[in-house]
Design a protein around this ligand. Sequence first.
Ligand code: ZN
Length: 314
Amino acid sequence: MNKIMKSTFEEIGAKTGLKLDEATGTLIGVHNGYHFWVYFMQGGGYYAEVSVAKDGQPIGEETMKNARKSIAAIKSVTNNGYVVTIHIKGQLKWTVIDNVTEVVRSFSDYLELNEYEDVCQVCGKPSESISSYNTQSGVNFICDDCSVDFTPPTIDEDMAEDKVVERTSLGAVGAILGSLIGVAAIIFLYKLGYVAVAAGLIMGACTIGGYVKFGKRLSTKGIIIGGIIMAVMIYLAVKIYAIMNIVTIANEYYDVGFWEIYRYFWELIVESGSFKDVIKLLGEQYLFSGIGAIIMIVRYVKLNMFQDINYKIQ
Ligand SMILES: [Zn+2]
């Protein structure tokens, strides 16, 4: 997790007693007798989850509506069974710290006032034995009785099935296919006179995207394979683009083909004094493709944050 989010969560933790869980990159803990899970979701912002019931019934619409009205930091409140999800206002660090702290404090007070109990999110019963579990849907609060049904082999089987081994060779095929889109983008966007940034981003994103699509997973090994394929393909794309230019210019004077130029490429480039231009073009493409690749990698990591494993946290 990034440094800003880490320190944001640590500040909130100091104010509320929740603890930063490094493995999930979220805040987990008990405040005022209620189990809270606080997390950040890309494109959405900050959320808090808590599982409650009153006389065995999940939270009511009216109760959620009133909570939203009375606590200013709440954007919206929804529930799925016993699990109540609170969308919290704010994006900037200090606003987030204030708002999340306010929500955790005020919402737990509000729950207490309305006689809601902290419960296991599966059976809806209050229990001394509620623990936090990391699952595909995020962090769940589950009692010991329910965890018996929760952790058994069925989940392990799912895990085994889910733990698809990274198919590196298929991933490489995907990366090559993806990078071909990148090659086309570089050649055509340059020909049309567009800026280099777009071509690079397309190259980076398509190569890594292609790897993930075919390889099913992305490890460091995958990133290296994708990176090598990308580097070779960028070189090829820039070379093809330069040759096409040379052929066009040369053909005004004499008949010369693509492969002839290809063979004597660097000699011709040096002789014609365009060595610097070609190097600049290559440098640009390596830089922007690198950025495109990093964007895809970050996106992959974020999407897979909660999908890897089911395990008990506390
Ligand atoms: Zn239970």
